[in-house]
Every structure is written in C-alpha cells, then in structure tokens.
Design a protein around this ligand. Sequence first.
Ligand SMILES: C[S@@+](CC[C@H](N)C(=O)[O-])C[C@H]1O[C@@H](n2cnc3c(N)ncnc32)[C@H](O)[C@@H]1O
Length: 221
Amino acid sequence: MPDWQQIFGNDRPLALEIGSGMGDFVARMAQLRPELNFIAIDYYNKGCLKTCKRIDTQELENVRVVRDEARSFLVRCIPPASLSAIFINCPDPWPKLRHRKRRLVNREFILFLSQFMLPGADIHFATDFEDYGQDVARLMPEVTGFENVLQPDLYRHELEGYPLSKYMLKFLAEGKKIHFIHYRKCVRFHGHTARASESLENALHLTSSSAMNESAQYNSK
Ligand SMILES: C[S@@+](CC[C@H](N)C(=O)[O-])C[C@H]1O[C@@H](n2cnc3c(N)ncnc32)[C@H](O)[C@@H]1O
C-alpha cells in the first residue's frame, strides 16, 4: 500500500475522484476544499496528462493523479475505511442496451466502495444520462448503510457549490439535464464485512481491453 501521508506530506483526509477525465472538476474541488487530499484516477492517458498540467499550473498541493483502473487500484492502494469522499462524474453511460452491464456504478460497486469509506464519508454521483441517473437514484435507497443527503429528493438537477466538469458543461450546453446524487455512509453502520478482494470479484466484470478501447473512443469525442 502507498503511504498517502508521506505522498501528500500531511495527514489530511483523503478524497477520490473516479474517472477524473481532463481534471477540471478535481482542480476546482481541490481549491474549494483545501482541507482534503484528492486522488484523481483515470485510465485515460491524455486526460491524466492534462490533469497533471492543470494542477501544476494552478500550483495545487492537494491533488495527486493516478493512471489506473479504479477498482483494482482501490484494492491495491487504498486501505479499508480511509476515504472521506468519493466523486464519480459522468461515468461512461454505455447507452446500448447490450453494453449496460459495463456501467461502472451499480449496487455491487457501491457496496465495494463502501469498504473504503470512513463512517460519515460522502459519495457523489452525477450523470447527464437520464436512465443511468434514474437507475442509481432507484438503487441507492436499497443499499444498506447509506443515508440520502438530498432527501426527500432522490436526485437534483442542480447542486449548489458542486463544480461542473467538462462533460457536465458539454451536456448542459446541449440542453440536457444532470442528475446529481449525494449519499453519506452511516456512522453506525457495521454490516458489510466482505474483504475487498472478495467483493472486487462481484464489482469487477473485469474491464476488458475492448471495453477500455470503446470507452477511450467515446471520451475522445
Ligand atoms: C465520460 S468521461 C467523464 C470525465 C469527467 N469525469 C467529466 O465529467 O468530465 C469518463 C471517464 O472515466 C474514465 N473511466 C471509465 N471507467 C474507468 C475505470 N474503471 N477506471 C478509471 N477510469 C475510468 C474514462 O477514461 C473517462 O475519462
């Protein structure tokens, strides 16, 4: 396991953005939340480079960029119950019905992520894709151990103080709506005890190289 305190040079709480793309969101969030250390992860090389340049230009001390697949990275590099916040913005929507099983966020993935979250940690999900937003909004209340920060709303189309990512801006400009979802891991929750490596098998329909290639093509548009 990497020593994150040594890497950041301090012991501030850790936050993770999964699929950080070009890094505009993490750079803005890192400015807004200097009390957190941000790990931005993406397997898209060009996006990681762009993110590195952005954080260098903005002289942000509290961001590190990792080029890796998110699920295997979490198991190898993030200790259980160590993250204070997770952000997932506009994950690949896999719009074709036959590709839906490739979507990153589902019930198993949330349970998998839960192991890496501290009690009280936040999880944010945002998508421009109507049926992805509806799916996640429907599944989250069923996942034990989380409370809905936005209740009574299951999702909102605007979230004050939440920076807009490159994809959000692009889709808003096309007249689409963003679904913002925000849950918090319950402080008193002790239910899920499966080891990270066990639940990785559930969460990970191991991202095949063809899926990664298709994702890269989608993201270069
Ligand atoms: C549609 S883009 C959105 C980028 C950015 N979050 C935004 O909103 O502008 C999705 C990003 O997630 C990355 N991604 C998808 N699955 C991933 C995974 N399993 N691990 C790491 N990155 C992933 C892709 O490479 C891509 O950069």
